[in-house]
Design a protein around this ligand. Structure first.
Ligand code: KG4
Ligand code: ZN
Length: 345
């Protein structure tokens, strides 16, 4: 095999994941394995991710997950060209587990090490799944991040907008928690919303009409809490209506900001042969938000690229792929590179 194979490790939040990614004979990305162990069960009773529990669970699982990823790919470490790991941003305990494991493998085998920014992994996912060319506009909506990025090259990310408080997935999760729905909240809220009336509760539309491309979701969450308190005890129909109202307001916020971003994208880069809006992050699984994005893309004359959900949510294939692009560009890191719990793109 003459194309490089990268082993990638992801441990920044509540999934322990490892993957082997390379390229096929035509140079297109190839996922040879993508193994993921979710800790959802461990954290369910707490209604959110508990950092100490997460770090211990990563430490227990990582060896087996790496072995499984190699086994599934049909290679052993002698077939691997480089090791990549998420070194930030994220929960420090988990980051240390992933970084130490991958550095140890790299040191023992004399392999190059690549420290990857988790957000870069999300940002490059449309190149992994759809072999997309630079540049493209990216909406990243996950439990930890809400950003609109212009991705113009490896390591060249222009942040056009971000959240000034909660991330969108976080707002879904907190709304679910206060309505006593199971964690993670996004899918639970979406299921309830399908049975509710989005017009019953008049919820705010944060930052609507503002010219900046930023998001804000904490006021919306507070409004849901107040409406819930005013209508206590909540019956199932009330919960459904609150979920529907929340989801409609969230989708409208996304529609409003992405509409502005697409106008700017088309104005600043008018000559692209294939203008693309790509999405990444767990919230991209939401049907109402997908529908809003599809409508916007059609109206602005851009192609909507939405990778399969399993690659939109946290995974190690995106980290291995970012590592592969970095390796090919000669951007490898010394084993002394630290983990960075806070690390904007
Ligand atoms: O990308 P991801 O797996 O992890 C982070 O990097 O944060 O995203 C997880 C987030 C959670 O907040 C979850 O509630 C949300 O994505 N999510 C959804 C849906 N599925 C997952 N939010 C809304 N609707 C969904 N269907
Ligand atoms: Zn993520």
């Amino acid at each position: 095999r003459d194309t490089p194979l990268v082993l990638g490790i992801e441990t920044s939040c509540d999934e322990t994941a490892a993957s082997v990614v390379g390229r096929d004979a035509d140079g297109r990305p190839l996922i040879l394995s993508n193994v993921i162990l979710s800790q959802i069960e461990e954290h369910a009773a707490f209604g959110g991710v508990v950092p100490e529990i997460a770090a211990r669970a990563h430490a227990e699982a990582i060896g087996g997950i790496v072995r499984a990823a190699l086994h599934e790919a049909g290679v052993d470490l002698s077939g691997i060209s480089a090791v990549a790991a998420t070194v930030g941003p994220g929960l420090v305990g988990g980051l240390i587990v992933g970084a130490m494991t991958s550095k140890a493998i790299a040191a023992a085998r004399g392999l190059p090490f690549v420290g990857v920014n988790h957000l870069e992994g999300h940002a490059l996912t449309p190149r992994l799944t759809d072999a997309l060319a630079y540049p493209y506009l990216l909406l990243l909506v996950s439990g930890g991040h809400t950003q609109i990025l212009l991705v113009s090259g490896l390591g060249r990310y222009e942040r056009w907008g971000t959240t000034i408080d909660d991330a969108l997935g976080e707002a879904f999760d907190k709304t679910a928690k206060l309505l006593e729905l199971p964690h993670p909240g996004g899918p639970a809220v979406e299921r309830m919303a399908a049975r509710g009336d989005p017009r019953r509760f008049a919820l705010p539309r944060p930052l609507r009409g503002e010219k900046r491309l930023d998001f804000s979701f904490s006021g919306l969450k507070t409004a849901v809490r107040q409406a819930a308190q005013a209508n206590a005890p909540l019956r199932e129909a009330d919960v459904a209506d609150l979920c529907a109202g929340f989801q409609a307001a969230a989708a409208e916020a996304v529609r409003d900001r992405v509409d502005l971003a697409l106008s700017r994208f088309r104005r600043e880069l008018p000559d692209l042969a294939d203008p693309v809006l790509a999405v990444a992050g767990g919230v991209a699984a939401n049907g109402a938000i997908r529908a809003a994005l599809a409508e916007l893309a059609a109206r602005h004359g851009v192609r909507l690229v939405s990778p399969p959900t399993a690659l939109c949510t946290d995974n190690a294939a995106m980290i291995a792929y970012a590592g592969l692009e970095r390796l090919e560009a000669g951007l490898v890191d010394p084993l002394t590179v630290p983990v960075r719990p806070r690390w904007p793109l």
